[in-house]
Ligand binder design. Sequence first.
Ligand code: DGI
Ligand code: FE
Ligand code: FE
Ligand code: FE
Length: 188
Amino acid sequence: PLSREELIEKLNNALTQSRFEHVLRVEQMAIELAKKNDVDVEKASVAGLCHDYAKQRPDDDFIKLIKKYRLDDLLLQYGNAIWHGEVGYLMVQNELGVTDIDILNSIKHHTTGAKYMSKLEQIVYMADYIEMGRDFPGVEEAREITFNNLADGVAYQTKHTLQYLISANKPVYPKTIDTYNEWVNGSN
Ligand code: DGI
Ligand code: FE
Ligand code: FE
Ligand code: FE
């Protein structure tokens, strides 16, 4: 596997400066949440660093992979916001040599969440939302809730993301709704 230094080099080349700084902040937040929740800190670091690896790729790269791997045709109705995780994890696997399935699933599900999410998946989903550069109204509440209880943080994010998507007239990817239905009432 690539060292952290080698990963950083690849990410710096693949991403804009501001996106690169975001992934470093997600890595730091993911490490903090991993320590708090007894999750492998090394995996949290790699997943945090790689979660947005595909964010700046042209649409054509994703469309080719959706066809090559015969992924769900429904994906073609969405765009980079959904593709950079749902499809982008394959680029992380193929191009960065990441093989750990938990890390790859964390990248795959970081935007939409999923009905079932491992602790690491929950951590990457939340770290992306509450990293220290985020400043949307409610982010401090989201940080407090998440550090108190990771699953409550997931419930908070899924509800607020769904509200945002509807208020902005954006189409909701089915997995986003599955996440909401599974996590909204806590108990996870
Ligand atoms: O990549 P980041 O900007 O760091 O964050 P992200 O991967 O969580 O992406 C957030 C964006 O994804 C945000 O603009 C809302 C959008 N998004 C999340 N779920 C859905 C969605 N967009 C659509 N159309 N449908 C969804 O279900
Ligand atoms: Fe993302
Ligand atoms: Fe996110
Ligand atoms: Fe991100």
